[in-house]
Design a protein around this ligand. Structure first.
Ligand code: UTP
Length: 294
């Protein structure tokens, strides 16, 4: 059973400045809901209730969001606006939140290692909150993440969610090397290696790591043995590569749409994609496009 989900949320979000100067990147809203809440909902869908969050300076809004707001709640109580807080109140009731601060932002691997006291000695999920994963509308919500956890439960082997990005963009991603290139959506197969930002010639597939993992606690030992690379950063990929050699790791393919909301296009795409799932917003977007003469 996976009981804990680790959310690395301490990064500076420099690609999204100036918005992220005082507002945590993970609290940027996709329409009215902050990214962090999408992530927590994803974990809850898979039956995970313990949210372990790695924060940093300037990230207190995350803690406040997942806490009661008595003054606001009593103001809205009995009014038509009360329903706006229904979902977040339910999330707070169902979940336990624990926090630790990353003192120096030394990369994703270091952020995960910083979360060790919150995780202990058990397998855990890792969810990058700035990546929005939207499953096909025909599927239950958060289907991919639920299936990822199921893949761990069925195999007892760590899982790395990957998606097809097209060979022309492999240089921007961590790319999976798997024995068979025709991995089917929602199947889980042995990983031979993970290569960070390979050239087109070196890439063994176009299956890119997107920010959802189920990992054994051993990865924390491997991270602490990992030597820092460029800029003093500890790379998660290096520890995962060691894990492949020492115990095995699987790639799990999703066909969901994903949006890296840490960059402008991803954020815009996420807002449009979520908007397009709502009839009122869809009608608005259609009239907007018409009025712009596009
Ligand atoms: P990113 O690399 O996208 O975040 O990390 P970043 O470093 O904040 O972004 P830029 O490049 O400056 O714009 C993915 C996730 O890992 C967290 C981030 O908060 C984000 O949710 N992270 C990253 C940490 O928690 N600590 C770090 O040192 C780096």
């Amino acid at each position: 059973m996976i009981k804990k989900c680790l959310f690395p949320a301490a990064g500076y979000g420099t690609r999204f400045l100036p918005a992220t100067k005082a507002v945590p990147k993970e609290m940027l809203p996709i329409l009215t809901k902050p990214l962090m809440q999408y992530g927590v909902e994803e974990a809850l869908s898979a039956g995970i209730t313990n949210m372990a969050i790695v924060t940093g300076r300037g990230k207190r809004a995350i803690e406040d969001h997942f806490d009661n707001a008595y003054e606001l709640e009593s103001q809205l109580s009995g009014t038509s606006k009360e329903s706006y807080l229904k979902d977040i109140k339910e999330i707070i009731k169902k979940s336990t939140f624990t926090y630790t601060r990353q003192k120096q932002m030394l990369g994703l691997g270091h952020a995960i290692l910083t979360g060790e006291p919150l995780i202990g000695d058990e397998p855990f999920a890792v969810l990058l909150p700035d990546v929005l994963v939207l499953d096909k509308p025909s599927r239950p919500r958060n289907y991919s993440f639920v299936r990822l956890v199921e893949a761990w439960e069925a195999t007892g082997i760590g899982q790395v969610m990957v998606e097809r990005v097209g060979m022309d963009t492999v240089e921007n991603y961590g790319i999976a090397d798997i024995a068979s290139t025709d991995l089917e959506p929602f199947s889980s197969v042995e990983l031979r290696a993970l290569v960070e930002k390979p050239s087109l010639e070196d890439a063994r597939s176009d299956l890119a790591v997107l920010g959802r993992y189920i990992l054994p606690a051993k990865v924390l030992d491997l991270l602490s043995d990992t030597t820092a690379g460029v800029g003093g950063e500890i790379q998660l990929t290096d520890a995962l590569d060691m894990l492949i050699k020492e115990g095995g790791l699987n790639a799990f393919e999703t066909d969901a749409s994903t949006y890296d909301c840490g960059n402008q296009q991803g954020f815009l795409g996420a807002n449009l994609a979520v908007g397009m799932r709502d009839a009122k917003s869809r009608a608005y977007l259609a009239s907007l496009i018409k009025s712009l003469g596009i």
